[in-house]
Design a protein around this ligand. Sequence first.
Ligand code: SF4
Ligand code: SF4
Length: 99
Amino acid sequence: MSEEKKPGWKELPEGDVLEAGTAAKFNVAGWRSEKPVWSKDNCIQCMICWIVCPDSSVKVVDGKMTGFDYDHCKGCGICSHECPTKADKRAIVMEQEKK
Ligand code: SF4
Ligand code: SF4
């Protein structure tokens, strides 16, 4: 019985090369089933949504929340869950995506 010689790791073909920051090149809008909708009037500018968003999708201008980057928001709802505004004056509500 002949024993097959397996290649060492140095002989394996190179796979894909991952680089930091490549997520910025992808539009993930199609992944969402829900999206956060912001109410400027109800927002108290606490910036908690900006802190908790795992996808850096809360847009900020001059230190103030100004809306969402819908190209990169995946619709997880964490911002809406953590927003401290009261039920009758919510600053972020999750709405169904229209497909
Ligand atoms: S829904 Fe999730 S990904 Fe989108 S802005 Fe809120 S926390 Fe960020
Ligand atoms: S968490 Fe709510 S109140 Fe605070 S900045 Fe974001 S939207 Fe405004």
